[in-house]
Design a protein. Structure first.
Length: 175
């Protein structure tokens, strides 16, 4: 039995820890509005692309002024939904077009024409997981959920950052 499991709690986006560990599970309570939890393995808070992204076929184009990336950098990235679809959250190698634009190749082919929100890690950072959460039940009761990550958990080399949208609170378990 593993005895070196710890917990951390946040009510808004931030770092749980800033050192190597394994993410073992999460527990969360939703707010009155549906929301999202994105978990990251990063040294700095992920960047929201100011102009967002578009997708044509498998190519996703991200516009973000002074993104600081170089062709070949590996990043984690999450995408908001536009017209019912989104690009695929994950970890990708970037191709830099210029100082404010880069592209990735999505595993799924879609067309997303509008500049839709996305968030990406610094070079060397990784996206770990995303959870979409429901709003309060029809009787006004919060949705309390927990998720155990199988095996030894997700290895986090840099630290664990939680990006929380419309969450009352999120507790993680790590060790």
């Amino acid at each position: 039995m593993q005895t070196d499991v710890y917990s951390g709690h946040l009510n808004s986006s931030g770092f749980y820890i800033n050192y190597r560990s394994r993410l073992k599970g999460i527990m969360f309570t939703s707010s009155s509005t549906a929301g999202t939890i994105n978990m990251w393995d990063v040294t700095a808070a992920p960047t929201a692309a100011a102009t967002g992204y578009t997708q044509s076929g498998n190519t996703v184009t991200v516009v973000s002024a002074a993104h600081g990336l170089q062709t070949g950098d590996r990043i984690g990235i999450t995408f908001a939904t536009a017209t019912g679809v989104s690009a695929t959250n994950g970890n990708y190698t970037v191709t830099v077009t210029n100082s404010s634009t880069f592209t990735i190749t999505d595993v799924n082919s879609r067309t997303i024409a509008s500049a839709t929100a996305c968030t990406f890690s610094n070079a060397g950072g990784r996206w770990l997981m995303s959870v979409d959460t429901a709003a309060l039940t029809s009787s006004g009761v919060p949705q309390n959920q927990s998720m155990l990550i199988p095996g030894e958990g997700l290895l986090c080399l840099n630290g664990i950052y939680g990006q929380l949208t419309n969450q009352t609170g999120v507790t993680i378990f790590y060790g």
